[in-house]
Design a protein around this ligand. Sequence first.
Ligand code: ADP
Ligand code: GLC
Length: 461
Amino acid sequence: MRVRMITAEYGNVAKTGGLADMVSGLARWLQGRGHDVEVLLPDYGTGDGGAPPDFSRPQWDLNDEVHDGILLRRVRCGAYFSDPAIYLGDERDAARFLMFGYAARALTHTLRPAPDVIHLHDWHTTAATAIAPSATAHEPRSVLTIHNIGYQGIFEREALPAWSDPAVTDALTMPGRRDQVNFLAAGIRQADILTTVSPTHASEILTPALGMGLDGLLGTRSGDLHGILNGVDYEYWNPATDALIPARYDVSNIEHKRKNRTALRDALELPSVGDGPLVAMVTRLAGQKGIDLVLGALPDLFAERAFDCVVLGTGEARYEQALLALADAHPDRFHACVAHDESLAHRLLAAADILLVPSRYEPCGLTQLYAMRYGTIPVVRATGGLADTVEHFDPGTGAGTGVVFRDADVTGLSWGLRQALDWYGEPRAWQGLVRNAMAADFSWERQGPHYERLYATLTDA
Ligand code: ADP
Ligand code: GLC
């Protein structure tokens, strides 16, 4: 099959979170299976060229590059993507991603060979579905994957550029909200098949509690909605071969994991980090991620238990500031790395004993999957993909891969972390838990065939 991925993030080329990992992992797996995959993404940080930016008309050309065996077709859209940031976080994103959607839609028919399936990811790509189908050319069928329903691309209609075709603006408009556009809702109405990134989250988004206002619309399409767990690219996230970590290890020589902790302590200049358990977090600093629970729980736990904690994250200023303040208040116990640092993410997962993922909602979550492979025990809240991938450990039977807590509050997280620290204090139980976690298999070999079958239902029709 010829599959064209349309996405705002890809691999390490353009990444803020798991969307980038998921698209590159799936693309690489499909290509390995013999499918023909290409990826369309904006060419961030290009297109200004010193000339005054022309925002008066849609415009694009392509900058092709083969990256890790995959054809990346970066779309240059005049000055629209001259900023290197993937998201600007304000109404300029409406015009940028409308532009990208126009380009992707136009390229559907002009780029050869034509795809059998168009796989769209998140709201940044769905403007492509708002443009009326061609009366003459064959239209490829489409899959829309909802990675994060918390980001819908909601803007005032005025935020769309003057060149936007009124029919497209109408197609992007929420019924009953004539003043607003909602990019994701338009994609949900138009795409042939909808997916989200875990089975539990597929049920959650049909409810008012987690549908973020789209549960009603999704309900009208529930027969076309599939929950498919993300896979992990174990060529890239594997402590036995990871070139980014100082000491490689696997389950047979797990004692080498310790060297990564010493190296991290030296690299981050954390001489105060003791020999007790090291707790980590690697995350976008967004409301979804339960940062407030961490900020609330840690001070009391520092007083009560011996452990150190390092958080790597970037995002909302309120969380960045609060984490830095916590580090100031507990310099001997807590370290905040406010940055996006791919290498540090690998080194931290390799160095830590415990990873916190206390999300309020989590469509899939990838860091808990990476952590497990690195022998780092996840403490997760029972929501979405976290609930689908981490099994609460039972020291009696020896089964389980982590700690799962229920309530999205400080008490819930504190209970979960205490539980992990208790088991850490029982070496036999801990070794069993670590072995279970490292053996868990979330490879694309297991998850990819679900997409392959969905694509086949579209192309056989
Ligand atoms: P989300 O997509 O909601 O951000 P995931 O758990 O699916 O959550 O994916 C997060 C991805 O982003 C992982 O690859 C993680 O390592 C990476 N990541 C998040 N924050 C950072 C950071 N500050 N530096 C480096 N990598 C990060
Ligand atoms: C999103 C979700 C995350 C998921 C990732 C990749 O950003 O927040 O749970 O793992 O996309 O699908």
